[in-house]
Write a protein that binds this ligand. Sequence first.
Ligand code: ADP
Ligand code: X2W
Length: 266
Amino acid sequence: MSKSMPVTERDMLVIKLGGSILYNLSPQFFESLAEMAKEYNAVIVHGGGPEITNMLNRLGIETTFINGQRKTTEQVFEVAEMILKGKVNSYLTNRLNQHGLNAVGLCGYDANLLKASLIDEESLGLVGEIEEVKDDFLAGMISAGYLPVIAPLALTEEGTKVNINADLAAASIAKATGAGKLLYVTDVPGILQEGKMIPEATTEEIHQLIESGVISGGMIPKVRSALSVLSPSIKEVMIVGGQQAIFQSGSIQGTTIIDKGAVAAT
Ligand SMILES: Nc1ncnc2c1ncn2[C@@H]1O[C@H](COP(=O)(O)OP(=O)(O)O)[C@@H](O)[C@H]1O
Ligand SMILES: CC(=O)N[C@@H](CCC(=O)OP(=O)(O)O)C(=O)O
């Protein structure tokens, strides 16, 4: 076990755990996360989309997606809140704490952490995009030794509760907290081409991989939000796998998406 680096000297890291992997995260993943938490100030944002769909199906409630966003009626919101805040967030917090991570479960309403605006109520219903993150609250929790674990639910200025796509929530939180890195943890070890993991891809290469159909389905919104967040401050977004150790010999394992322009500008 390596020694911890002082909190004030660590880089900020936002980790998004996808619904595809939440219930299949391996013990090696948690152990490597605990190692990584000694070198970075981490914040976790989680999804839970498949679990929400599952419960909606069980209840006989129709669910549709428009450009990767779930159309969220009041009835759908009720289920999304129950699954994200009630089930997934508490499951994950408990598992993280079993590995000594000092996790605290939160959603965007807690301490007014995430302020959002409705994207398009007519077509999407109660779906928001994040406008403001109370980053000083997160910084306070981290410096007190806690690992914030955030469900992607937020409040509008008027106090309406909204559902947020977790990939986009993680990107907004990474921007607001000045994170140097953003990790998307999913059910594949990285971006795959002909069955092999690509260790690094530039923004141009990502566009080509989408055009050629190598990147498809759920990977598209993930790499799109990766591209939208790359900047001189967030130089790396990584796609990593939750079935394995993601931190080995001091480096993070997976596909790194880099913006050559942003790196050169610093
Ligand atoms: N080139 C690719 N490399 C890896 N995964 C890909 C690729 N293209 C499409 N995918 C799909 O993307 C999925 C991950 O996205 P998604 O299921 O939305 O994850 P999450 O729930 O973790 O956000 C993978 O399981 C895989 O089926
Ligand atoms: C607006 C919207 O689409 N919200 C998502 C929130 C959960 C999520 O994003 O989960 P994954 O990361 O597992 O896909 C949803 O309702 O499914």
